[in-house]
Ligand binder design. Structure first.
Ligand code: ATP
Ligand code: MG
Length: 248
């Protein structure tokens, strides 16, 4: 297989175009559970009818795990936003509508977001036990929902193609509370596209008649869970959000 057309690269994967397929190749040393879990989660999402690339094969290439799926030709919504900033509001609305469509689906076999958050916060070693107790108590008091949540929903994971708009990168998808998912997106936007974050949150609250406080209550929990990814440049930012207990 000719792996010479690299589309994207991250800490964990290299993504290649191979003919009319996209091959997501996990870096050497990445546990195979990542590839297999992503493939399983992604296939569960395929069954909801959402527009996602279809997975055709999971394989080992050299000593690296690979997921082979439909290639979605086009540009990411993030690229579009950068190229056409005058229409940012329109693109943000489009992004939110896609996320709300995702939240309208249910996938009963998918793992629960709450279980994941609980585990991550329990295992976190950069917070003390008082903070841990506070976060876990807060998490426990949050309403238990079963909506499909993407878990990493940002404009980089949305591809605009001639065939329509597709969402990729489903490794973090779980069933849970939509406001938790929106809180996660808000934090990711604050980190990468800070000018969009507050507008995005306002738009979500307005469209869904959700109180802002309800989403904000999730932020310390989602920030703590993200700390588990151990990304040094995010640490101070996330620690600040972990400590925000009440809002004006
Ligand atoms: N099926 C696909 N067809 C075309 N491009 C794709 C496809 N899947 C992923 N990509 C491109 O590769 C990029 C990285 O893929 P993906 O988001 O799945 O990996 P990742 O490891 O989660 O990367 P990151 O950490 O940067 O989010 C996407 O943002 C998208 O531009
Ligand atoms: Mg991604």
């Amino acid at each position: 297989m000719e792996l010479n057309n690299l589309i994207a690269s991250s800490e964990m994967v290299d993504v290649y175009k191979v003919g009319n397929m996209c091959v997501k190749l996990f870096k050497e040393g990445v546990a195979k559970t990542n590839a297999l879990y992503e493939a399983l989660t992604h296939s569960r999402v395929e069954a909801t009818g959402l527009r996602v690339p279809v997975i055709h094969e999971v394989s080992v290439i050299g000593n690296r795990w690979a997921i082979h799926m439909d290639l979605i030709e086009g540009e990411t919504l993030a690229d579009r936003m950068k190229a056409d900033p005058a229409n940012l509001d329109k693109y943000m609305e489009q992004m939110l509508d896609i996320q709300l469509e995702i939240h309208s689906k249910s996938t009963p076999k998918l793992s629960k977001l709450k279980d994941k958050l609980n585990r991550l916060i329990n295992d976190l070693d950069c917070i003390d036990d008082v903070k841990r107790y506070e976060l876990l108590t807060r998490l426990d008091s949050m309403p238990k929902h079963t909506k499909l949540c993407h878990g990493n929903f940002t404009p980089d994971n949305i591809i605009l193609s001639k065939k329509g708009t597709y969402v990729v990168d489903w490794i973090a998808a779980r069933q849970g509370n939509a406001s938790a998912d929106v809180g996660k997106t808000y934090l990711l936007l604050k980190l990468k596209y800070p000018e969009m974050a507050d507008k995005y949150l306002d738009l979500f609250c307005e469209k869904t008649k959700t109180s802002k406080k309800y989403v904000q209550d999730w932020l310390p929990i989602m920030a703590a869970a993200r700390l588990a990814e151990n990304i040094p440049e995010e640490r101070d930012f996330l620690m600040k959000w972990v400590d925000v207990v009440a809002y004006e």
